[in-house]
Write a protein that binds this ligand. Structure first.
Ligand code: IPD
Ligand code: CA
Ligand code: CA
Ligand code: CA
Length: 263
């Protein structure tokens, strides 16, 4: 049986330590490599941070499963027992170019159920946390339930790429939403964008392709404050698969889906 209270204390102390190591790394030179293309960056800190978490988890919870972006986890096919889904640095491009707007993201599943979600904005020292059925918090302060807003008053997070020629969506689909919404923002970290919706700073977020480690924690957080998380067709996300992701406040999610996406 998992002692969830003790596990939560462990995650918090590991996140604080990892965050401290990342902040300290600003003083030394980063080693930067590229992955699938010249803009897909990874640094020695992404790898060191994931290694730090996987070693701590394997030592303390040898029977838990781990999925991590940088490959230090297991090759997972099913959600059985306890599964940790980890993005050591979400927003690596921001980490490299801006030294801000990136986060550590950890979602913990109990079987198929998203149980605990942590998004740590390292530079602002803001820890967003949610526990299934017990609410969501930012640095210990409870986040209120999200309220519906009309599209005209909504700030929507969207990468400009999705309204230009690209291989995933016809650029004319989201153009009218961009014109109608109060404002469009793009932070370059899916975890931060989801945390900002949970905290009421953004109203919706649409993106064409994310991996499980990008959304695992955010989904738990959003659902605890009454927000909606689906793929772009309105289907439930599979926690083990890559897909499009569409997050919104209640009602706004439905309106955007019906009026702009499925029109
Ligand atoms: C990326 C960020 C970005 C999103 C990309 C992700 P990474 O994660 O979340 O906002 O648009 O699709 O890959 O690679 O910086 O962890
Ligand atoms: Ca990456
Ligand atoms: Ca990521
Ligand atoms: Ca990452």
């Amino acid at each position: 049986m998992t002692n969830w209270i003790e596990l939560d204390q462990n995650v918090r102390s590991w996140i604080k330590e990892a965050g401290e190591r990342i902040r300290t790394s600003f003083d030394s030179e980063l080693s930067i490599k590229t992955k699938s293309n010249r803009n897909d960056l990874v640094t020695d800190m992404d790898e060191a941070t994931e290694k730090y978490f996987t070693e701590a988890i394997r030592h303390t919870y040898p029977d838990h499963q781990i999925m991590g972006e940088e490959g230090f986890g297991d090759d997972l096919h099913t959600l059985e027992g306890v599964t940790w889904i980890i993005d050591p640095i979400d927003g690596t491009m921001n980490f490299v170019h801006q030294q801000r707007n990136f986060a550590i993201s950890i979602g913990i599943y109990d079987g198929a159920v998203g149980k605990l979600g942590y998004i740590y904005d390292v530079v602002h020292d803001e820890l967003y946390f949610a526990s299934k059925g017990e609410g969501a918090f930012m640095n210990g302060q409870r986040l209120p339930e999200l309220e519906a807003v009309p599209v005209e008053d909504a700030i929507v997070a969207l990468n400009a790429l999705w309204v230009t020629d690209n291989k995933r969506i016809d650029p004319s689909v989201l153009g009218p939403l961009v014109q109608r919404a109060r404002g469009i923002r793009s932070y370059g970290s899916a975890a931060i964008e989801m945390a900002y919706i949970a905290a009421g700073r953004l109203d919706a977020y649409l993106t064409m392709r994310l991996a499980p480690w990008d959304f695992a924690a955010g989904k738990i957080l959003i659902e605890e404050v009454g927000g909606v998380v689906t793929d772009l067709e309105g289907n439930e996300l599979d926690p083990l698969k890559k897909s499009s992701v569409f997050v919104g406040k209640p009602e706004l999610h439905q309106t955007i889906l019906n009026t702009y996406i499925k029109k």
